[in-house]
Design a protein around this ligand. Structure first.
Ligand code: GTP
Ligand code: MG
Ligand code: ZN
Length: 317
């Protein structure tokens, strides 16, 4: 019999798969010649706007998050279905890419309203990284009960709502906003990104009380392999059927950033309508005359702080 399922873990050629609506785990392998077929047809989902696609994809044909058709008798994967998205990392010292998570639906970019205070520069970098990878990003402002001036905090994050990002205010401590977060995750593959100490693990533990131990274990393993390409794993939520949270070390670290300089401008959504309208076709929107992005930042149509963020990213890349 052939079944369709989600790969949630993969170790040394064994893939762990679950079928929608069931918590039975199938351990399967890749059909021998399927590997070859997949390796030669890896252009399924090339990022639209970014030049990243130039990089060669590594020959690892199945990733965590893939939807596969497998045979229950032979216990082999017969087919890997086209991906909705790819979260990929470049393998250090090479131009090859390794897909950490396939079909990631939403990255929850998490910051705290206080302790630590939100770092908007870093938030912008996370968002640009998501755009470059064509991943849907939503913002979580956790520890909202610690906000010194909640109206001020909400005003600052409203900038992001205006340019199209969903912003959720939560508290893992009081439970505020957790229902909305869960609703956004339902039936999807989500992942939490953001700096240390903002409460990513706490949020997960709050929506999935049985998780505590698991995240601790994974944290231990990933710590060892910090500088190598680490494998991701999907954690099923008990509270919701077919809902997964990706535990990907790559998303928690600063090196989440992997964007080419010339792609940055197209990764700030509010820049889009101005692109191509500058006096010079190759305008980088820094000091060139007749730059419509700079004008928009001066008039406030583009947030001056976001514009500064863009300038900083150009300098740092
Ligand atoms: N007051 C308050 N404290 C919180 C909240 N959420 C988390 N914390 C606390 O913040 C600290 C850090 O939380 P973690 O969940 O470990 O943060 P993290 O984002 O997972 O951090 P890393 O794993 O280092 O990336 C812990 O002491 C939590 O108890 C919240 O909503 N309100
Ligand atoms: Mg954590
Ligand atoms: Zn310009």
């Amino acid at each position: 019999m052939q079944l369709k399922g989600t790969v949630f873990k993969g170790t040394s050629g064994n893939y762990f798969v679950r079928v929608a609506g069931s918590d039975v785990v199938h351990i399967v392998k890749l059909r021998g010649n399927l590997k070859k077929e997949l390796v030669y047809s890896t252009s399924i989902s090339q990022p639209r706007r970014v030049t990243r696609a130039r990089k060669r994809r590594v020959t690892d044909p199945v990733s965590v998050g893939d939807t596969v058709i497998f045979d229950t008798i032979s216990k082999q994967i017969e087919q890997v279905l086209p991906r909705r998205s790819e979260f990929a990392r470049t393998i250090p010292g090479s131009h090859e890419q390794h897909v950490l998570v396939a079909n990631l639906d939403t990255v929850f970019v998490t910051f705290a309203a206080g302790n630590p205070n939100p770092n908007f520069w870093l938030l912008d970098r996370f968002l640009v990284a998501c755009e470059a990878a064509e991943l849907n990003a939503q913002i979580i402002v956790n520890k909202i009960e610690l906000a010194e001036d909640i109206e001020c905090t909400m005003r600052e994050f409203a900038v992001y709502e205006r340019i199209g990002y969903a912003v959720h205010y939560t508290s893992a401590k009081t439970g505020l906003g957790l229902d909305i977060l869960l609703a956004q995750l339902r039936g999807k593959i989500g992942a939490f990104a953001g700096p240390s100490g903002v409460g990513k693990s706490s949020l997960l533990n709050a929506i999935e009380p049985g998780l505590k131990l698991k995240t601790a274990e994974v944290g231990l393993i990933t710590h060892k392999g910090r500088h190598t390409t680490t494998t991701a794993e999907l954690i099923p939520l008990q509270a919701e059927l077919d809902t997964w949270v990706a535990d990907t070390p790559g998303l928690r670290q600063v090196d989440f950033w992997e964007v080419d300089k010339e792609d940055i401008e197209s990764c700030l959504p509010e820049f889009e309508k101005y692109l191509g309208t500058c006096q010079f076709g190759n305008c980088t929107h820094q000091t060139e005359p007749g730059c419509s992005i700079r004008v928009a930042a001066r008039t406030g149509e583009i947030s001056p702080r976001r514009y500064d963020s863009y300038m900083q990213m150009l300098r740092d890349v």
